[in-house]
Design a protein around this ligand. Structure first.
Ligand SMILES: *Cc1c(COP(=O)(O)O)cnc(C)c1O
Length: 384
């Protein structure tokens, strides 16, 4: 049989004219809405056109990316390169890490907590008020005991409240869910400081998960470098792919110390399965999307994107303050926080708001011109 014969299928029915028109209308609407999209931490400057032909294939990165599979219409080789790049950036010790590309930051957080629960079934999870809303649900799914700790105004955890709470529960192993950039204010918990608190309280067994959804590919380039990665003591780290890296499909990378994953692989082998990922069937396109970004940009490209974002974030904060808006941002953050403006402004710029505060997230695609436009709109619309 010729390759041509193997790859010929019955013809796919064509779309009707009205269906095509609807798609065209949606595309035009989305393009317009994307133009005034400043309120969510989602980069828009990606070019995946090289991947268009892959849309015609039933790609599936079934199962563990590091284990052999009989399903070979996959991109697992490229997925392994993506995970290896992240492992290097997050200072994982050579040959001591494992990871995969999943559906986003939430899945990576679920995975980190799942590993922690398998290691310490009686452990207590600590997380701050500023933690992403999906975490409470995941703790509920996993049936894990947990305590919410106060946040400082910056969004960073209140270390005194943490210390006092840990002191009361010294008999249970702490599982620290650390935020490396909270969703609303980009406050970063310092896991070095958290480990010192464990040490002071003579707590020797613990687990630390870093939720670096937005900042996983930002923090490695900051000076001073925040304490958040494997060299700083994290046991697992989750990063969103569609936030700072940029992707047309939500995705994420989760990394963990290999010995933790080997423990769950063993415990599942006991019931006759060697399944190490949350989903069985997994997206084969998203690893290619991130691989492409990594090859296009390289470490230096990411460093330049971080520098650009920080510069424009500083500009945005200053311009808003000059316009009389009480704007602020955390040191080295690309999130600019300000009192929630009028409804029309929120809708037009798709601002996420909570507790009277809104934010702009200055991703690398955001220009000073867009900021000027936003500030003019805000000045005209006023604050609530
Ligand atoms: C966005 C975000 C998440 C969720 O990530 P998804 O990729 O949307 O699943 C989790 N934590 C923080 C801090 C986030 O900003």
């Amino acid at each position: 049989m010729l390759a041509d014969d193997l790859n010929s299928f019955p013809t796919v029915p064509r779309l009707s004219g009205s269906d095509l028109t609807r798609l065209e209308q949606l595309l035009a609407n989305l393009r317009e809405r994307t133009g005034t999209f400043l309120g969510y931490p989602v980069a828009k400057d990606f070019d995946c056109s090289a991947l268009a032909p892959f849309l015609d294939l039933p790609l599936n990165n079934l199962g563990d990316p590091f284990a052999p599979s009989t399903y070979q219409v996959d991109s697992r080789e490229f997925e392994r390169e993506v995970v290896a790049f992240a492992a290097r950036l997050l200072r994982a010790e050579e040959d001591s890490w494992w990871g995969y590309v999943g559906n986003g930051g939430s899945e990576g957080n679920l995975y980190g907590l799942y590993l922690a629960r398998e290691l310490f079934p009686q452990g207590m999870v600590y997380f701050s008020q500023g933690t992403h809303y999906s975490v409470s649900k995941n703790l509920h799914l996993l049936g894990m005991r947990h305590i919410m700790i106060r946040s400082q105004a910056s969004g960073e955890i209140d270390y005194e409240d943490l210390r006092e709470t840990l002191r009361v529960h010294r008999d249970v192993v702490p599982i620290m869910f650390a935020n490396i950039g909270t969703t609303m204010t980009e406050g970063k918990d310092d896991i070095g400081r958290i480990r010192r608190i464990f040490q002071e309280l003579a707590i020797s067994r613990f687990y630390i998960h870093s939720d670096a959804a937005l900042c996983g590919f930002i923090a490695p380039f900051l000076k001073p470098r925040p304490a958040f990665d494997f060299a700083d003591g994290a046991d697992s780290i989750s990063i969103s792919g569609h936030k700072f890296i940029g992707s047309p499909i939500p995705c994420g990378i989760v990394l963990a110390r290999k010995r933790h994953v080997e423990r769950i692989a063993r415990s599942i082998a006991y019931i006759g399965n060697l399944d190490t990922t949350i989903s069985g069937s997994r997206n084969g396109l998203t690893p290619l999307i991130m691989w492409l970004a990594i090859r296009q940009l390289g470490e230096e490209g990411f460093r330049a994107r971080v520098a650009r974002s920080l510069e424009v974030a500083d500009y945005a904060c200053t311009r808003l303050q000059q316009a009389g808006v009480a704007a602020w941002r955390n040191p080295n953050a690309i999130t600019v926080v300000f009192p929630t403006p009028a409804e029309t402004v929120c809708r037009r710029w798709q601002l996420a708001s909570a507790d009277g505060a809104s934010h702009l997230v200055v991703l690398p695609n955001v220009s000073k011109g867009q900021i000027d436009c936003f500030v003019a709109d805000l000045a005209a619309g006023g604050c609530r």
